[in-house]
Design a binder for this molecule. Structure first.
Ligand SMILES: Cc1cc2nc3c(=O)[nH]c(=O)nc-3n(C[C@H](O)[C@H](O)[C@H](O)COP(=O)(O)OP(=O)(O)OC[C@H]3O[C@@H](n4cnc5c(N)ncnc54)[C@H](O)[C@@H]3O)c2cc1C
Length: 346
């Protein structure tokens, strides 16, 4: 069991954005017992606690004065099955992409569309990660979490987690005190490909794959992502900086009248999801920089740290984009990452 607490820790190398920030205290806890011990230490010293995984969805716009606690619980195993699914439990500290690759190697496909998303397994349900036509909720069975209010371990089902678009109970007051220890996936015994998303289908066609295997989808997704998204090891970023806004049918019709090329996707409830990247691109921000923060030249949704940018510089760029898109389109862009420090208006 490891509960060693480090002090005055540099967070830049622990995060994908790489902006300068320090944690007053830091602990990588490798078991439920060590997480409880670290929480008790923080409580007795009256320190606030921030739970992190790979810090690939966090913008540190200031130092963190409390304890940054990283659940580093390892382990992957099949724990059961139903007539339709393999049930596979994975520790919160396991790397996401390596876990996707491992499930394929075991012959339990289902997660391949989510390949190469940075971060750890414990954060995947928080964000209900999604890409290329699949979301975590599609392959989710349950999870175990420590409730910081009671100290007890709870099991949460899919319904308990209240998954939504990049949303879950963990982002709301009812779940914000839960720390994910492990996630159990329900991986289908009768697999079928999710290859309808255009980038993936074009990549498969370019590879002359007509009847894709899970490995074909995995390889296609990895290739598309490597081509389209900046590698955080080379250029600091947190992936998509804004959520795709969802607007009413009436607002959509009005916008489409003004902008016939508007990119949008009808939703089951009659509303429309707009492509935030298209809005930002149309507003002329693709490739533009403010100080050392820059909109990626190939992907308008990604804000990058070109070297030495502060979290505040990244937020200043985000705010300028928000204001401009709001003025031009009347649409509010909501940030996707968690922001530590001054909040952006939503
Ligand atoms: C290049 C790039 C591409 C990306 N592409 C995608 C994509 O395609 N789809 C997508 O959905 N996301 C994407 N992301 C965002 C990010 O990778 C995901 O949100 C990921 O799940 C974050 O994992 P993490 O371990 O880094 O979490 P962190 O950034 O460390 O934390 C994220 C949130 O989860 C909470 N958290 C972390 N661990 C736990 C835990 N054990 N218990 C409770 N709460 C916890 C944190 O408090 C925080 O609120 C991308 C990011 C980058 C940099």
């Amino acid at each position: 069991m490891d509960t060693s607490i480090e002090h005055d820790v540099d967070l830049a190398p622990l995060s994908t954005l790489g902006v300068a920030a320090r944690a007053a205290h830091f602990c990588a806890a490798d078991s439920a017992a060590s997480i409880r011990e670290a929480l008790a230490w923080a409580d007795s010293n009256r320190h606030p606690v921030l739970i992190v995984g790979g810090c690939s969805n966090i913008v540190f716009a200031s130092d963190y004065a409390g304890l940054v606690l990283k659940p580093s619980i390892a382990g992957r195993e099949k724990v059961g099955e139903t007539p339709a699914h393999h049930l596979v439990r994975v520790g919160a500290g396991e790397n996401w992409h390596e876990t996707v690759a491992w499930t394929l190697a075991q012959g339990w496909p289902g997660l391949e569309n989510l390949a190469l998303i940075p971060g750890n397994v414990g954060a995947a349900p928080v964000q209900n990660i999604g890409a290329y036509g699949l979301e975590l909720t599609d392959c989710f069975d349950s999870l175990e979490a420590i409730d910081r209010d009671t100290g007890e371990t709870r099991t949460l089902t899919r319904a308990d987690c209240r998954f939504g678009y990049r949303d879950s109970i963990f982002k709301h007051p009812a779940g914000s005190r839960l720390i994910v220890l492990s996630v159990t996936f329900a991986l289908p015994k009768r697999w079928s490909a999710h290859a309808g998303y255009r980038d993936v289908s074009e990549e498969l066609a370019a590879r002359s794959v007509t009847s894709p295997s899970p490995q074909d989808i995995f390889d296609a997704v990895v290739a598309v992502r490597q081509r389209k998204l900046p590698d955080p090891a080379v250029l600091g970023n947190v992936g998509s900086f804004f959520k795709n806004p969802i607007v009413s049918a009436a607002a959509h019709a009005q916008l489409q009248g003004l902008h016939p090329a508007l990119v949008s996707y009808p939703q089951a409830d009659g509303r429309f999801k707009l492509a935030a990247g298209w809005l930002i691109d149309q507003a002329g921000w693709k490739g533009r920089a403010l100080g050392r923060a820059r909109v990626h030249p190939n992907q308008a949704l990604v804000l990058t740290n070109t070297g030495g940018a502060s979290g505040s510089e990244i937020l200043a760029l985000a705010q300028a984009i928000q204001a401009d898109v709001r003025q031009r389109f009347g649409v509010v862009l909501e940030p996707e990452p968690i922001i530590i420090g001054p909040a952006l208006p939503t």
